[in-house]
Design a protein around this ligand. Sequence first.
Ligand code: HEM
Length: 148
Amino acid sequence: MPEQPSFYDALGGADALHRLIDSFYGQVLQDPLLAPVFAHFTPTHVEHVVVWLTEVFGGPAEYTKRLGGHHGLLSHHAGLAITEEQRARWAELLLATAAKELPEDALLQQRFAEYVEWGTRIAKSVSQPGAELGDPGPTPRWGWNGPA
Ligand code: HEM
């Protein structure tokens, strides 16, 4: 039986993630509920989210090497006080974009959606006033079987 491609290769690698995230933030910045949260959006934002997702889904571990790893990622959300409505809209828009930009494969779309649900809940939780980041451990990995 031929070997199954890695999750990262199956989703199309960094190019696919770049198309996905670029298109996603184009919509986020037009969304009445989310645009105010991203008032200080910078051109590096898309790039850094792509680097993060690349590592999570099994590509090169560049976020850990260059951008502060898991703790660095969480600290970007500190103090944002993300509401459940904002979290849910962010996730909904990303999944709708993934349905268009990532391969149709049902398991791939499902695992991606599970990661987004998990990750957005953590982002919301660490964004609340007074939340402690602690030591979140290494950058999470996610693949065909869910969390690795
Ligand atoms: C899986 C979930 C998420 C991931 C992987 C993620 C990823 C990231 C990354 C990599 C950055 C740093 C960007 C940079 O270096 O310029 C960032 C910043 C940010 N994220 Fe998220 N994010 C997630 C969820 C959310 C949610 C749900 C919201 C709000 C609805 C949000 C709002 C923001 C904002 C406002 C910033 C910029 C903060 C600043 O000014 O530094 N994020 N995010």
